[in-house]
Write a protein that binds this ligand. Structure first.
Ligand code: KIV
Length: 300
């Protein structure tokens, strides 16, 4: 080594990762602003200020990291992983071990978003003690900041115990996908006076049990607006109109990755299925035609 100069760096197989293209900071308070994880107190304060926020599902580290960098303040490791990520037909088969693995990946891929994980079917209905055991697994083994469970009145004892134990709980009302077989599909909920009153009671019971937010899925917009005005915790709508405090979409629906039926309430912001398919076809064609790998992709 002469004049303090370093020897040439050994050839590395690593590539620098490409930074995300800089986009405009989202208008949300959280986008690009916080240097810490979003907390339940931030979400309560947002409701007080009348500030709306977005939530997306995520099931793996790289996708979660994109959403975190885009300023999405809350990411849900939904048991929709069952049909959107793991290839099942419904959310019903999803296990605790799968939720722990997916949630841990999402936590590792993010720095600022609050990570909420679903308690999957069969992991909390038996007893509040079962709910606490499994929520503790998601917090200790995966590192999530909150859990979500389906049901209002029927899940209130579990919610109460979790909240007493220090677990932030998001409730999920309306179309609760774990009950797909009882519903006989995915019908809109809360239609008619009796169903509307039950939904309102469920939301108030979830709030009284200590839930910090409540998802309203596939309910009439007018009813969701009424619930939103009746509770002091944030409502998170999906197919529940514009009157909720927050909106959530399943990321594969939102980004055009879903193969097959996409619900009416989804807005598709990209055609990732088309883009990825195009990339795969171009790669295949390069390999078959012999133009990949080229000289710049080779070591000597
Ligand atoms: O599992 C999930 O993705 C959900 C959303 C639909 C709210 O529960």
């Amino acid at each position: 080594m002469q004049n303090g100069s370093l020897p040439p760096a050994p050839e590395s197989a690593d590539r620098p990762t490409s930074p995300l293209p800089a986009g405009p900071a989202p208008k949300s308070l959280y986008g690009g602003v916080t240097s810490r994880r979003v907390t339940v107190r931030d979400l309560a304060a947002a409701k007080q200020r009348g500030e709306r926020w977005p939530m997306l599902t995520a099931y793996d580290a790289p996708t979660a990291s994109v959403f975190d960098d885009a300023g999405i303040p809350v990411l849900l490791v939904g048991d929709s992983a069952g049909n959107c990520h793991l290839g099942y037909e419904t959310t019903v088969p999803v296990t605790m071990d799968q939720m722990v693995m997916l949630s841990a990946a999402v936590v590792r891929g993010t720095k600022r978003a609050m990570i909420v994980a679903d308690l999957p079917f069969g992991s909390y209905q038996e007893s509040p003690a079962q709910a606490l055991h499994n929520a503790a697994r998601l917090m200790k083994e995966a590192g999530v900041g909150a859990v979500k469970l389906e049901g209002g009145e029927r899940s209130a004892p579990a919610t109460e115990l979790l909240v007493q134990a220090g677990v932030p709980v998001m409730a999920h009302l309306g179309l609760t996908p774990q009950s797909v077989h009882a519903f006989g599909g995915y019908p809109v909920q809360g239609r008619g006076d009796e169903a509307a009153h039950q939904l309102l009671r469920d939301a108030k019971t979830a709030q009284a049990a200590g839930a910090f937010a409540v998802v309203l899925e596939a309910v009439p917009a007018e009813l969701a607006q009424q619930v939103t005005a009746s509770v002091h915790i944030p409502t998170v709508g999906i197919g529940a109109g514009a009157g909720c405090d927050a909106q959530v979409l399943v990321w594969t629906d939102m980004a055009g990755m879903t193969d097959g039926h996409v619900p009416k309430f989804v807005k598709q912001y990209a055609d990732l299925r088309g883009v990825l398919g195009e990339a795969a076809r171009a790669f295949a064609s390069d390999v078959i035609g012999g133009s990949f790998p080229a000289e710049e992709h080779s070591f000597h």
